[in-house]
Design a protein around this ligand. Structure first.
Ligand SMILES: [Zn+2]
Length: 77
């Protein structure tokens, strides 16, 4: 069984669809029962589209990601 830490580590791969079907199933099963990881996936998905839309360099996108992540985390559910 995966824990939240492992989910966090695989989040980018999950969002980018770069994980195996088996890992994906484990991740989805965890997300099914874990609200906070569902929110993380949601944030990561939003970040991905925003960064893709706006980033011009990797350093800029890293700063942007952090900024957006902070904003999203501070937004109440
Ligand atoms: Zn979790």
């Amino acid at each position: 069984m995966l824990n939240c830490k492992e989910i966090e580590e695989e989040l980018t791969a999950l969002v980018d669809n770069e994980t195996t079907v088996f890992r994906k199933l484990l991740l989805k099963f965890h997300l099914f029962q874990c609200n906070s990881c569902r929110k993380l996936v949601d944030i990561e998905t939003k970040l991905k589209s925003l960064v893709h839309a706006k980033a011009t360099s990797s350093s800029a996108s890293e700063g942007l990601r952090k900024k957006i992540a902070e904003n999203l985390k501070n937004t109440p559910n």
